[in-house]
Write a protein that binds this ligand. Structure first.
Ligand SMILES: C[S@@+](CC[C@H](N)C(=O)[O-])C[C@H]1O[C@@H](n2cnc3c(N)ncnc32)[C@H](O)[C@@H]1O
Length: 305
């Protein structure tokens, strides 16, 4: 089994600094991973407590290390962050989300996230009902095309979906290499040197883990859970996530009207949140040199009023 690279926390310094005003409070780290944020928060702010969530049970060795060091200042809940409101018994002063997958997950061929390694076509971070192989082997051509378009912004979604459905008639698509090969055969390599399977893999991962639904549920929960002055910090890695966070904060700050077809009369929320980051914080050149995965990361911070 390939040893996965340790996860280097992205935008760690601004994430930690953003919680300075609530240094004595309770923070929810919704995406514990290897515990990089949790550890830095507990080390930097001696009065802070952290409740961390992760849907992936393989993070337990990292949980045990932190529990040993920080004892009753730390608690871990193995569940999706979209369910945080159901678990928390008290209001909180901070919520941080570092979206997407960790290096441990993406670099582990057996987890099936990456087109760079061959492994079973899985892509589940936790215990989702369906894995990526179920989607490509069982869903209709139209549904697959919709997923690739909606979650990968893949313009050639119909062409790729057709190729997937033709290929699965000959043999079930069970590995990441099989799927990447099918996509490569119908998709030329983009001029920017990216892999032509990247968007489709991203789309399947987002769908399998309901990543955008999770984010929406966590944003809604933040309105209920954060005390006045409490902070929401979200690090996103692609435009679909960032758009959700940006629009949420703008609506809650009263800068943008909330458009909801189920509640057409809802007017702009007047000042539920204050936007702390007028523009998202991105990685410095120094951080990018040390960690190229910080390349697309954007941090947005809002403060509950
Ligand atoms: C980018 S890593 C976080 C790394 C962490 N900030 C650190 O410094 O080590 C994302 C982690 O969040 C978890 N995750 C992603 N979506 C989740 C969700 N909806 N609920 C709970 N955990 C989730 C993944 O399993 C992964 O371990």
């Amino acid at each position: 089994m390939l040893q996965s690279a340790p996860h280097i926390p992205v935008l760690l310094e601004p994430v930690v600094r953003g919680f300075e005003p609530v240094a004595g409070g309770l923070i929810v780290d919704g995406t514990f991973g290897a515990g990089g944020y949790t550890r830095a928060l507990l080390e930097n702010y001696p009065k802070m407590r952290v409740i961390a969530f992760d849907r992936d049970k393989t993070v337990m060795p990292f949980v045990q290390q932190i529990a040993l060091n920080f004892k009753d200042r730390f608690q871990f809940i193995q569940d999706c962050f979209g369910n945080m409101a159901q678990h928390l018994k008290e209001p909180v002063q901070g919520i941080v989300l570092d979206l997407g997958v960790s290096s441990m997950q993406i670099d582990q061929p057996a987890r099936g996230f990456s087109f760079r390694f061959d492994g079973p076509l899985d892509m589940r971070m936790g215990t989702s009902e369906k894995c990526a192989a179920d989607v490509v082997n069982q869903f209709s051509e139209d549904k697959i095309a919709d997923i690739l378009y909606q979650y990968g912004e893949e313009k050639a979604s119909r062409r790729i979906a057709r190729a997937i459905c033709q290929a699965r008639e000959k043999a079930l698509i069970q590995t990441t290499a099989q799927l990447a090969h099918i996509i490569h055969q119908v998709m030329p390599r983009p001029k920017d040197g990216a892999d032509s399977a990247a968007r489709s893999f991203q789309a399947l991962r987002i769908f399998v883990n309901d990543e955008l639904g999770e984010l929406e549920r966590a944003l809604a929960a933040s309105k209920l859970l954060l005390t006045s002055g409490g902070r929401l910090e979200v690090v996103s890695f692609h435009s679909l996530e960032d758009r959700l966070v940006k629009n949420f904060l703008m609506e809650q700050a009263g800068v943008k009207r909330h458009v909801n077809k189920y509640a057409p009369d809802s007017s702009a929320q007047k000042g539920n949140f204050k936007i702390i980051t007028k523009k998202p914080i991105v990685a410095s050149e120094e951080e990018l040199r040390q960690n190229p995965r910080a390349n697309c990361a954007k941090l947005r911070i809002g403060e509950k009023q």
